[in-house]
Design a binder for this molecule. Sequence first.
Ligand code: C5P
Length: 209
Amino acid sequence: HKPLLIAFDGPAASGKGTLAAVIARDHGLPMLDTGLIYRAVGFLRAQKGLTLHDVDALAELALTLDLSVLDNPALRGREAGEWASQVAAIPEVRAALKQFQVDFAHQPSGAVLDGRDIGTVIAPHAPVKIFVTAAPEVRARRRWLQLVKDDPALTFEAVLDDIRLRDERDSSRASAPLEMAEDAVLLDTTDLGIEAAIELARNIVKDRR
Ligand code: C5P
């Protein structure tokens, strides 16, 4: 078997991470959630009190990122997503994080990566690219159902606002904006349950590999 490289991209709460994890398990491939790396840089930025204008310090932070921070549960929260998308718009931060992701993608075993620019920038030669999306209201409802367990006061509207803001920022930035690669397959999960989405993703992988 040749190494199998699979790229999942899409907006926040589209389900790409869940699908990437299932596909990685199916094929016994290592998986990298690249959003978590941006979350870590955004989180450390806030913790260290750096501003978004401290570009050199932010690039250094990204370049020397200690991967053990990726286990921090705080990275999964709402605030960390917002902080991530702020630092992710800085080209020097993206450049500093690129090599690690490219190396991960080119392991002899192959790999599964999920993010915003995997099919376009990190692994443009990936034979399998899946762009996972869903209507903003549907993504917000899924995310709200997860978050409200730990934060009962959180409203659906607040989560929808977060999602819209992040979509707008991720799609409009100049550096590696969220966009579907020309050769990606679109998987719209708006009207799909998780099992149906998994089945479609498995079929795409089977057809493309
Ligand atoms: O996927 P997740 O919601 O964890 O990503 C957090 C943020 O990190 C995104 O909103 C986006 O701004 C940024 N990101 C990125 N490129 C990636 C992965 C994430 O710009 N490959």
